[in-house]
Design a protein around this ligand. Structure first.
Ligand SMILES: *[C@@H]1O[C@H](CO)[C@@H](O)[C@H](O)[C@H]1NC(C)=O
Length: 237
């Protein structure tokens, strides 16, 4: 076989086994929603104004304002998205994963504690980030953020995908309808504890506008966090 053909075969073989790290490539510079009259397209299509609502976020809560392809359709196929995060004093973004994108979190108002669970090594990496610090959460790894201070904290997150997805571990485990017996055996707890965890959990990653329901006490969330960081690694695919 001639060298050029061999090289081609090798390249082809490699490309078959390399997984896509982000959105599939698109065949046009950008994609407009079906039925759009492109001659009427203007700058507004490429503009996202939803972060204004994060300025009005309840300072007592955790609020994540997302700009993914759902909220910002111009991102379709662009392999990027964004989120504005506001952490009231003592609030938490509970352990969760983004199955389709890595995340770069940039703290604009610290300090903010972050944690990254390495289930292979069986440990958690934590760091207290100061204003101006940045932290990477690799794609698909369990992580959380916690404002342990008494002042508001703010951060922005960039994602390497237009549709990073969010799987909240408390939500996926305790709010998805998994049978109570399965939960009891999984966590080695009694039914009363399962009930407590199920009923005291608020939506784990609320999107703006924030839900009108009251935020749960931190102690419950901390308990859930402790349980989930300790045992959660075994419970998702
Ligand atoms: C698109 O908008 C332009 C400007 O208003 C108009 O002239 C044209 O007829 C529209 N095209 C379609 C297919 O509606």
């Amino acid at each position: 076989m001639a060298w050029p053909s061999l090289a081609l075969v090798v390249l082809l073989a490699v490309s078959i086994f390399v997984t896509d790290a982000s959105d599939p490539d698109i065949l046009t510079d950008f994609i407009v929603p079906p039925g759009t009259n492109t001659s009427l397209l203007n700058g507004a299509f490429f503009t996202y104004t939803g972060f204004i609502s994060s300025n009005a976020a309840d300072p007592a809560k955790f609020t994540a304002t997302k700009a993914t392809v759902v909220e910002f359709p111009a991102l379709l196929g662009q392999s990027v998205s964004y989120a504005a995060l506001v952490f009231g004093a003592g609030t938490l973004n509970p352990p969760h994963i983004h199955p389709r994108a890595s995340e770069l979190l940039y703290v604009v108002q610290g300090p903010l504690m972050v944690g990254l669970v390495d289930e292979v090594a069986g440990k958690v990496y934590t760091q207290t980030l100061q204003t101006g610090d940045m932290f990477v959460f690799p794609k698909g790894m369990v992580h959380f953020q916690y404002n342990a201070g008494t002042e508001l904290a703010r951060a922005f997150s960039t994602f390497g995908g237009a549709s990073p997805g969010t799987v909240s571990l408390p939500g996926a485990i305790f709010e998805s309808g998994i049978d109570d017996n399965v939960l009891q055996k999984s966590f080695h707890v009694d039914q009363a504890t399962v009930e407590t965890l199920k009923h005291d959990l608020a939506p784990a990653v609320p999107v703006a506008p924030p839900p009108s329901t009251a935020a749960p006490g931190l102690s419950t969330r901390s308990a859930a966090l402790a349980v989930l960081v300790g045992f959660g690694a075994a419970f998702w695919l």
